[in-house]
Design a protein around this ligand. Structure first.
Ligand code: RP5
Length: 291
């Protein structure tokens, strides 16, 4: 279970655990109860990591409780469920957004959504900036090794985001391409622009699932793994990714948006905690704009 409840002063990025607990009825339904005094002048923040259906339903239960208690409600949903299912016959992105919208949160906060289409399906959505996380990760990596000399966009759809990261780091961006068969999920047709002969190269993308995108890219890049790093905002790392990715990348960094169970034996994945930044995005949203 990844659903956590917090209370915050409106506008604060420093939450306290909410005196609430979820419990299940014998029939399988979720509910919530107080475990102490609850200050209902504060915001109730519900924090869901990953896309577990029970976690999402618990979030809805918490929102209902808080609304009836007169509290403002905030949902932290850093990984938008099924955001990649935004163009096929099955539009999972719509289904999850409809579910979450039905919970009636006053604010929903995410980070690095897969597409503007998927993000646009959500009511009251604030998108936190993931750039500082990527630049911090790049800084950590180059402190240990050599200067980052370029950012690689893992595919066409990620090129705008990768370009903004390259700008933030003051380095050029290089475009990689791939083709995914929608029927099988199989990947073919990898290519990448000519890459610099020295310096560290950081591949930047929103999601790593099974890692095929990044292994295919590393294969055509022909760059030794000591010079190749990977940033993904949402690190699922499914299947064999935890063993195959470290064979191609010497540095892998992500956030804690998804409760990945990947076993990166003998390899440290830098996972940057999101909580305070997601809350800060709400505080920024709330504060009056200065001219
Ligand atoms: O190749 P894997 O890791 O399975 O999938 C991740 C890729 O699939 C895309 O939708 C994501 O944006 C990313 O480029």
């Amino acid at each position: 279970m990844t659903t956590t409840t917090w209370i915050t002063e409106p506008g604060s990025s420093w939450p306290q655990p909410a005196p609430l607990e979820f419990f299940g009825f014998p029939g399988g339904e979720w509910s919530i109860r107080r475990t102490g005094d609850l200050d209902t002048t504060q915001d109730l923040v519900v924090d869901v990591r990953g896309s577990g259906t029970d976690d999402l339903v618990r979030a809805g239960i918490a929102a209902s409780f808080a609304r009836h208690a007169g509290m403002r409600t905030v949902l932290l949903l850093p990984y938008l469920p099924a955001a990649r299912s935004d163009h096929d016959e099955v539009m999972g992105a719509e289904v999850y957004a409809t579910l979450v919208n039905g919970f009636g949160f006053d604010h929903v906060v995410t980070i690095d959504p897969h597409s503007s289409f998927s993000a646009g399906l959500y009511d009251h959505l604030t998108i936190a900036d993931h750039t500082p996380f990527v630049t911090a990760a790049a800084g950590t990596w180059q402190d240990r090794t050599d200067a980052v000399s370029g950012v690689i966009a893992a595919d066409k759809s990620g090129s705008l985001h990768a370009a903004s990261i390259a700008t933030a780091l003051g380095v050029p961006m290089f475009q990689a391409l791939k083709h995914r068969d929608p029927a099988t999920g199989g990947l073919t047709g990898f290519s990448v622009e000519p890459l610099p002969a020295s310096g560290q190269l950081l591949v930047v993308d929103d999601i790593c699932d099974g890692g095929g995108t990044f292994l295919g890219l590393a294969g055509v890049a022909g760059i030794p793994k000591e010079r190749l790093g990977l940033w993904v905002t949402h690190g699922i790392f499914s299947g064999s990714a935890a063993t195959t990715l470290p064979e191609a990348f010497s540095f892998i960094a992500s956030t804690d948006s998804v409760p990945s169970t990947a076993d990166f034996t003998h390899f440290d994945v830098e996972r940057q905690p999101l909580l305070t930044s997601l809350l800060a995005a709400i505080a920024d949203h709330d504060s009056p704009k200065k001219d």
